[in-house]
Design a protein around this ligand. Structure first.
Ligand code: ADP
Length: 364
């Protein structure tokens, strides 16, 4: 029987549990054994109880639960060869040669590196008598499939990532709540949302809540006079009778000289120039928590199913696939290409080539 494992790694994202459930149940339906690796790569390195065989009922309730029940961690050891050696041994000893990784670009980079190194790792384990030649020959190839769990929606080559839509809902609920008090007191609020190199959350929340102004890294405000422009726009809205002002700033927001624009800068600006009673709200971790919305449950379920199908169809000479969403359909794309393009987006922003950044994020 084929043995397929799933782990969740990096930052947690709502819907990761639904992905685990999708993989576990599809694997069982397809006649395979399913395993969950707890605490991300740390579980692979530690082995033992951290790699658990999963039955159909073990994932009951996973569809609707936030975070990741099997745990996630940042694992230093997996960045080192000795850590990956231990991980390889633990997988082989459990008879597992297929690993579905649900995480961000860091986690998927680690996964692909692991697959590339696999033959070398096994050879070393045979030389040090940790594995037999037979074991190494039976598990000569590691199959990796990537699922993108990321609230930022920052992965290149896919339209949407697991967790982003739930996070967007959470931001909108928060801004709706802030809006009530803003209108009541005629206040201004500067709301900081997550997203280091990606303004998707800020942009979508800005549209969905009718914000007055947003700041995102992919399109910094033009020139050195953006403060005047923002204040003029907000004053216009106020003159038209609007009682509330909402400015959304993404964590990674920058000006056209690549200098950070912070919530505090904006609060001071609105207070000093427009004399608005301005408050600042850093939404922080409420954004990533809570139950996944219907979209993320379904996205993660569909992608979990597709991940198992991709494992069953995988061949040693074909690059590891990442399950992407393109025009509302799942698509298997080259994992490392998508990860490399994601890295290029940040570099393009760093050299102020914002048009290239958007093309790299959506090369199709
Ligand atoms: P994310 O997956 O959300 O981008 P990180 O970048 O923190 O999060 O990566 C999560 C984990 O993936 C790390 O703690 C590490 O164990 C593993 N990882 C990340 N990058 C690499 C790498 N280049 N080589 C090996 N492992 C890596």
């Amino acid at each position: 029987r084929r043995k397929i494992a799933i782990l969740t790694s990096g930052g947690d994202a709502p819907g990761m549990n639904a992905a685990v459930r999708g993989v576990v149940r599809t694997a069982i339906m397809r006649g395979c054994d399913a395993y969950a690796v707890h605490e991300g790569y740390q579980g692979l390195v530690d082995g033992g109880d951290m790699i658990k065989k999963m039955g159909w009922d073990d994932v009951q309730g996973y569809l609707t639960t936030g975070g990741t029940v099997i745990g996630t961690a940042r694992c230093k050891a997996f960045r080192e060869r000795w850590g990956r050696l231990k991980a390889a041994k633990n997988l082989v000893k459990n008879g597992i040669d297929a690993l579905v990784v649900c995480g961000g670009d860091g986690s998927l980079t680690g996964a692909d590196l692991f697959r590339g190194e696999w033959p070398d790792l096994l050879e070393e384990l045979v030389q040090t008598n940790e594995l037999t030649k037979d074991e190494a020959a039976t598990f000569s190839h590691l199959n990796i499939v990537g699922l993108v769990g990321s609230i930022d929606n920052d992965m290149s080559s896919t339209d949407i990532t697991i967790g982003a839509v739930t996070c967007l809902h959470r931001i909108c609920e928060s801004i709706d709540s802030i809006s009530s008090t803003a209108s009541s007191h005629s206040r201004a609020f500067v709301v900081e949302v997550m997203g280091r190199h990606c303004g998707w959350l800020a942009l979508m929340a800005g549209i969905a809540t009718g914000a007055d102004f947003i700041f995102i890294p992919e399109r910094p405000p033009s020139g050195d006079n953006w403060q005047d422009e923002m204040c003029a726009d907000i004053k216009k809205h106020r003159d038209l009778g609007k009682r509330k002002t909402i400015v959304i700033v993404c964590e990674g927001a920058i000006d056209s000289n690549l200098q950070p624009i912070t919530a505090k800068d904006l609060k001071d600006l609105l207070t000093d120039r427009l004399h608005l009673d301005t408050r600042m709200t850093i939404l922080g971790h409420v954004q990533r928590g809570g139950k996944p919305c219907a979209f993320d449950r379904n996205l993660a379920t569909i992608q979990g199913i597709e991940a198992v199908e991709a494992v069953l169809a995988s061949k040693p000479d074909v690059p590891s696939p990442m399950i992407a969403m393109c025009e509302n359909r799942t698509k298997r794309i080259d994992l490392m290409k998508a990860v490399a393009l994601t890295g290029e987006v940040a570099k393009a922003i760093g050299r102020k080539d914002f048009v290239a950044a958007m093309q790299l994020r959506d090369p199709a």
